[in-house]
Design a protein around this ligand. Structure first.
Ligand SMILES: [Zn+2]
Length: 276
């Protein structure tokens, strides 16, 4: 049985070779790569929602270089710790806004290596991103869906991860079992400070505040950081992943692109919320 549920009637879905089916007969085609489109037509805001193929290509190229490995490892160990702390035998986890599945796979592998058989799914709006994600691992289920309308039954999950995606406290609370956790990853205070110094005359540090999560209590904050050296040819890929890509002065951008290599601190805050 799938961890996902029918977006129309919320009954459990069965994962078959070419389709997902619910007991009421609603059926959803699986792409050749394995992911399923559970986005209802009235939820689509544009013809190709989510990150574009170019954006996905840039991010995949950068992340596969291992520059953000500290976040992947930190997130995976934190998920493992939360599960072990709660003495949970079964793990049911959805990674919301999973993108190309870099972090999703890291969590999955860490849990498997520790003897768990996690039931995991990744949810994202970008078809291009899920093509990459489902090509990496067939055991993790991937669905095109909105994190504001998760294809999961009420109280069916014990963990949600959210890396740089918007938070949906009400929806997260609906799908989590009592005592379930949400781990939200956000940029830390001096994240990409080296890049900002090149791009902006007066760079500002990030505020590093936890997101508003009514219905949850913040139980822990874990910081992970590293210093990375990004070679010239990977700088445009990193830049395209950041919000600065959309609002940077032309001269600063040119200076960044001219660097032979970029040295910069990276830092992330992992906020752990428990459902009240
Ligand atoms: Zn149904």
């Amino acid at each position: 049985m799938s961890i996902l549920c029918c977006p129309v009637c919320r009954r459990p879905l069965e994962r078959l070779d070419k389709v997902y089916k619910c007991p009421k007969g609603h059926s959803f085609d699986r792409a050749a790569k394995g992911y399923v489109n559970l986005l209802l037509s009235n939820e689509m805001n544009s013809k190709t929602p989510g990150d574009s193929p170019e954006m996905v290509r840039a991010r995949t190229a950068f992340l596969d270089g291992g520059y953000y490995a500290c976040l992947r490892n930190g997130l995976a160990s934190l998920c493992l710790k939360l599960i072990e702390q709660n003495n949970q035998k079964t793990v049911r986890l959805i990674d919301t806004g999973c993108g190309e599945g870099y972090y999703t796979l890291g969590i999955y592998q860490t849990l498997c290596q520790s003897g768990f058989s996690p039931k995991m799914a990744g949810v994202d709006l970008s078809k291009s991103a899920l093509k990459h994600a489902s090509g990496r691992c067939r055991e993790i289920e991937y669905a095109i869906a909105s994190l504001f309308h998760l294809p999961a039954a009420d109280g069916s999950l014990n963990l949600i991860t959210d890396v740089f995606a918007p938070v949906a406290p009400q929806e997260f609370a609906r799908v989590l079992a009592p005592g379930g956790y949400v781990v939200v990853a956000a940029p830390g205070v001096d994240h990409l400070w080296g890049m900002k110094q090149v791009v902006y005359e007066k760079p500002y540090a990030n505020d590093d505040l936890p997101p508003e999560m009514p219905g949850f209590e913040l139980v822990e904050k874990v910081e992970v950081s590293d210093n990375i050296t990004v070679p010239h040819e990977r700088i445009p890929d990193l830049f395209a992943m950041t919000p600065y890509f959309w609002k940077s002065p032309r001269e600063g951008t040119a200076n960044l692109m001219a660097l032979e290599e970029l040295n910069t601190p990276i830092s992330f805050s992992l906020f752990v919320f428990r459902k009240l």
